[in-house]
Design a protein around this ligand. Structure first.
Ligand SMILES: [Zn+2]
Length: 294
């Protein structure tokens, strides 16, 4: 599974910690190609999709939506993931570009700017849970760490990274989330903190060929690491022509009649995946007739 994207879930220190690690190189490449992303948008979206997949994996059923709104040139981003390892997403400005920051890294935080991070977890069973926090640095890992601590009362270490080559191809992407469960001992917490302070950037580890299991071994190997689950992850959108046609019903009879009489066809594009859908006059007529019958 060296060149495959997947997520592992584990516990450590007898359940005092829970951890997730994942490789997301291929799915970030898929997003890069679909949206023609420049390096900063690739890094921002890749990082956000990586944490979204972890949030999705925490659900037993349903979906999670992440919305980052910022006043920077990226113009925000949106992702959506489910509990089965599927994720999709887009950024406001796929061609956002800035010089490297003072650390010689992609200036993701500056490109995102100041704003908010919103997470909506929808299990489909009860009212969706919604949490919003102010962005901390816009670097995404920090922002999610703050979100987990403040909004879900679960102190968490979050590290996400994307390595992009000059041709815009994604060399490596991935991340980890380690969460401190209630009642965790001081010793466990300080061991975790010490380990996290010394491990190399996650995108370098993935680029060197380290697997998600290797990454968790590095952090939690001394703390009775116990792997629970392994799940493939991929970029996948849920749009379809049928769904788009359903959404046209909301235009109403008057507007649909106008389109039909003016012989206008519709070209619709899915924001999440850039898939194009062409709706013909005949199809518009069908929707109109269906609407009139009901
Ligand atoms: Zn789509």
């Amino acid at each position: 599974m060296k060149n495959k994207d997947y997520l592992v879930r584990a516990t450590a220190a007898n359940g005092q910690l829970r951890a997730f690690a994942l490789r997301t190189t291929e799915l970030t490449n898929e997003a890069q190609k679909r949206h023609d992303l420049y390096p900063i948008p690739s890094a921002a979206l890749g990082r956000a999709m990586t944490v979204s997949l972890v949030l999705g994996a925490m659900l037993k059923t349903g979906t999670v939506t992440v919305h980052i709104q910022g006043d920077g040139i990226l113009k925000g981003l949106m992702t959506s993931a489910d509990h089965q390892g599927n994720v999709r997403g887009y950024v406001g400005n796929p061609h956002a570009h800035l010089p490297l920051n003072a650390q010689g890294k992609l200036a993701v935080g500056t490109a995102i700017g100041e704003g908010t991070l919103t997470v909506v977890r929808d299990s489909g069973l009860k009212e969706p849970y919604r949490g919003t926090v102010p962005l901390q640095t816009g670097e995404i890992g920090d922002d999610f760490a703050y979100y987990f601590t403040l909004s879900e009362q679960t102190p968490s270490a979050v590290s996400v990274g994307v390595l992009v080559d000059p041709s815009k191809r994604i060399l490596a992407a991935g991340g980890f989330v380690v969460q401190v469960m209630p009642g965790a001992s001081e010793t466990v917490i300080s061991t975790l903190e010490r380990k996290i302070a010394t491990i190399p950037p996650i995108s370098n580890l993935i680029n060197e060929g380290k697997t998600p299991e290797d990454v968790l071994e590095l952090i939690l190997g001394e703390l009775d690491l116990d792997f629970k689950e392994k799940m493939p992850v991929q970029f996948k959108c849920f749009c379809s022509k049928e769904r788009f046609k359903q959404s046209l019903i909301t235009l109403g009879i008057e507007e649909l009649e106008e389109l039909v009489t003016e012989e206008e066809t519709l070209d619709l594009v899915c924001h999440f995946c850039e898939e194009h859908y062409h709706i013909t006059i005949d199809e518009l007529n069908d929707i109109l007739n269906e609407l009139k019958e009901n």
